[in-house]
Design a protein around this ligand. Structure first.
Ligand code: UDX
Length: 452
């Protein structure tokens, strides 16, 4: 294989499209492959079919260089690539916590049966531990060139909203390899990133698979930890924001991923911790990660608590109440509503009879597809008009910057619950709002009469 390997990226969804564009940005010739004709057509025409800051411009730029192209033909991909990255999704299987590996298996099979010269297949998808070794056996059986077609695992840690930045400047690289040759190929691909001084961990296949789920489990646990403390705060009158601030000054704990609120959602953390717990049970080490079930439960309870607070402010009954739901995406700067706490809360409020009016700056269309029964509007002002209670569910900048006085003019009643600790409580209270936040005490009513 040449010093500058030619790269294919199989599966051009969120991860794959970003990876393909970024590999072209590093100077490689890249072919993106997907069975979804619509996705391929959109990307080939220079349109990113989802919201991700910075990716659209980079895609246009890379198409213009001629280094990046897209196809639906696996035969073409097999002829083109020296290193083939598999970036297809591993969603939660419909009927269990396990990951659904159908797309991964199909992608590896399609490549293995077609490639007829030495090449490297690299899995990037998040998979149950043991998948890479199983695929290695499958690839050997299906490949016309036997073990000259090798397999490696190279997990991906990018965050939505920072996908380009995280891909071009990752915190670390992890290579799971079974031979020195495979390691050399990956080093050639990542040479420009390694030259930045990026730390590299070269590991075996199972370790590389485990790094990904272990990292996501740790992050989920950190969020649920602070949210568990929020529950304790609610029972004691303590303030979880002050608590988090004080904890974060301990460098051993650190302040990142310690933001209390509605908890985690999205296409990764929830499904990854469930699939990990499920796989650990299959491997006979379920007890070792049984705490992940609690991490999940704590996370779900925050959504229920949010509904309680909104109901409380609505006067104890949601039936007929008009609720402004600010946000639907699982986090700001994303249009992704997969397992979104915001949308889940909106749905629960609506099930209790509330008239829920949702506004998200980017995710309305996806949210509408997921929950067509809620009411969607195109501006913050429309959402809050005549609201009995405003519920802040995703911390978009626009919501944090809104003027409490101006919003107050529009609503029916000045009552707001901040589910993401994104608003200035004093400013809202100063403007006459009844203001509540998860894990923060309601303002103390003084028991000592004010001096006359
Ligand atoms: C995550 C991992 O961060 C990333 O490394 C991995 O590759 C994919 O999964 P992502 O799903 O894009 O990335 O979102 P992330 O920024 O991690 O946020 C996940 C969820 O946790 C969001 O719903 C966010 O609102 C929530 N969160 C995050 C908190 O509630 N508190 C925090 O302190 C941090």
């Amino acid at each position: 294989i040449a010093e500058r390997p030619r790269i294919t990226v199989v599966g051009v969804g969120y991860l794959g499209a970003t990876h393909a564009v970024c590999m072209a940005a590093l100077g490689f010739d890249v072919l993106g492959v997907d069975v979804d004709e619509r996705k391929v057509a959109e990307l080939a025409a220079g349109r990113v079919p989802f919201f991700e800051p910075g990716l659209q411009a980079k895609l246009s730029e890379m198409l213009a260089t001629g280094r990046l192209a897209f196809t639906t033909e696996f035969d073409e991909a097999a002829r083109f690539g020296d290193v083939h990255f598999v970036c297809v999704g591993t969603p939660q299987a419909g009927d269990s916590d396990a990951a659904d590996l159908a797309f991964v298996d199909q992608a590896f099979e399609a490549l293995a049966s077609r490639i007829d010269r030495r090449a490297l297949l690299v899995g990037k998808s998040t998979v149950p531990i043991g998948t890479a070794e199983r695929l290695t056996r499958m690839v050997r059986e299906r490949s016309p060139i036997g073990d000259r077609l090798e397999l490696a695992w190279n997990p991906e840690f990018l965050r939505e909203g920072f996908a380009v930045e995280d891909t071009l400047h990752p915190d670390r690289l992890v290579f799971g390899v079974a031979s020195e040759w495979a390691e050399r190929q990956l080093r050639a691909v990542y040479a420009p990133i390694l030259a930045q001084g990026t730390p590299l961990v070269v590991a075996d296949l199972p370790t590389a698979e485990l790094v990904k789920v272990a990292a996501n489990s740790f992050l989920a646990t950190k969020i649920s930890y602070i949210n568990a403390m929020a529950e304790v705060c609610e029972a004691t009158g303590a303030d979880v924001d002050l608590l988090a601030a004080a904890l974060s000054h301990d460098a051993r704990i650190g302040g990142r991923f310690l933001k209390p609120g509605l908890g985690f959602g999205g296409g990764c953390l929830p499904k990854d911790i469930r699939a990990f717990a499920h796989r650990a049970e299959e491997l006979g080490v379920g007890e070792a990660v049984a705490f992940l079930h609690q991490v999940d439960d704590i996370n779900t309870r925050r959504r229920l608590r949010m509904v309680d607070l909104v109901r409380e402010l609505a006067g104890g009954d949601l039936d007929g109440a008009r609720i402004a739901a600010l946000g639907a995406a699982f986090k700001p700067d994303s249009d992704d509503v997969r397992d979104a706490p915001a949308l889940d809360v909106a749905r629960m409020l609506s099930l209790e009879g509330a008239h829920v009016v949702v506004y998200d700056p980017e995710a309305n269309a996806n949210a509408h597809r997921a929950y067509p029964d809620l009411d969607y509007v195109d501006s913050l002002a429309e959402a809050v008009t005549d609201a009995d209670v405003v519920a802040l569910l995703t911390e978009w900048r626009e919501f944090g910057e809104a003027d409490p006085e101006a919003l107050g003019e529009l609503v029916g009643r000045r009552r707001i619950v901040d589910g993401r600790h994104a608003l200035d409580a004093d400013a809202y209270r100063g403007a006459g709002w009844e203001f509540r936040a998860l894990g923060r005490p309601a303002p103390r009513r003084s028991v000592v009469p004010a001096p006359a």
